[in-house]
Design a binder for this molecule. Sequence first.
Ligand code: HEC
Length: 273
Amino acid sequence: MTARPAFLAAVLLTGVAAAGTVGGSPPASELPGLEVLLPRTGGVQALRDVLGGRPALVAACATYCAPCRAEVPVLARAASRWGDSVRVLALFTDIDDPERLATVVRDWGMEVDAYGVGPDQDAVLSRLLPDGLPATFAVRGAQVARIDRLASDADLTALVATHLTDAPPPGGRPAFVRYCASCHGEAADGHGPVAPALRRPPPDLRPILQRARDPRASILAALEGDHLVAAHGSSDLPVWGRRLSEPPPDDPADDPQDGPLEAIVRHLHSLRR
Ligand code: HEC
């Protein structure tokens, strides 16, 4: 693996690299073809297949890179801010073994998916990271942009807005407060003002979502009647008055990008810890 001295990263605060502008000019455009090591299975796959066409922020890091470690909370915030609309992941350029990857993920307290690199990727990596680490890439299909420095929340927001999506960050909190918080509580912890009056206590939704294999599907099931929740009423006449998938026009609690249902699902997804 290419051992890059960590001090380089601190010195080279070069901002948006010229080579990394959208349009996929080399060398940043090689990133989607990079062979990455999958967590757990230890399989190897091209990054573009891992992303499956979803816009993504890819933070290149290495175990010896202290500034990269400082980025961990920034990445976690970006993941919860953008929910499903932007994939956020870390790419360890000096790990090629799944067990080591799992150990570092645990030690660093990483909440975003982390990958290593496959065999024989050193040449590509050195072209991708001419200024060393840290570096963060915004990937949208074949288009790749890069910043060569420790990324802040503002940097990631700017990268997303410039290169990944025009949609505003998912804003489902107002809709959740309006339709769900009376029972489940504003924090989704089950302590809404109506909760004491219910025969069955509303659950803390956070551990449920944490455990769920597909949190989005289980929220939808509880709301759209596939999985009956008596306290929610019938799917024809739910307690929130009408099907959330049919938003009325001009409702200020509704996310203008789509219906309140999707916004609520994204909001709950972002609370998952
Ligand atoms: C009138 C009170 C009330 C309102 C309003 C309400 N819920 Fe619930 N919800 C409950 C109760 C009570 C349960 C637990 C039912 C049970 O145990 O059978 C529940 C269960 C759930 C579950 C299922 C958890 C599991 O076990 O899988 C989800 C998800 C959920 N609610 C989400 C929501 C969302 C999202 C909203 C807003 C759109 C909402 N709820 C509005 C009372 C409410």
